[in-house]
Design a protein around this ligand. Sequence first.
Ligand SMILES: [Ca+2]
Length: 174
Amino acid sequence: MLAGLSGLSGLSGLAGGASLINVALSSLGAVATGSSQFNANFPASAANNGARTGAWGSPSGGWADQTSNTYPDTLEINFGQSRTVSRAVVVTLADSGGAVEPTAATLATVNGLTDFQIQYWNGSTWVTVATVTANDKAMRDLSFSAVTTDRMRLYVTAARANFSRVMELEFWGF
Ligand SMILES: [Ca+2]
């Protein structure tokens, strides 16, 4: 029993956050693609630029889709290589706007995503690893059993004010 607990502790250490990086970053070669784009001021590339904040409606602020009140909307990150991922962070547009660094308590009750999933590509289909419903927060930090893949996506089935708005989409792993 003691040996077993010790083993678990070791696994926990390996899976710990210290060595994990945000593999979604464009600076690491990852490419973000939206299912649509509202206009040039809301590009998918603004959602993997390493900033959870930004001037909403500027080219570096965040991504918004173009299909008003029509779902799903997707924001895909192609890592360009195989990655092992166990955590996602989704930052949507806060009530306070995009300029303030969000915390777990920051509200998004006006323009935020409400229902969404995190999915990975298993080589033949998209598989859901995390599901959020009735969201009212600007930032959601989601952990799940590690998956190894070259691409993951945010799959939105409902958002406030007709459009999916994403300041940043992070996938943490190695
Ligand atoms: Ca951003």
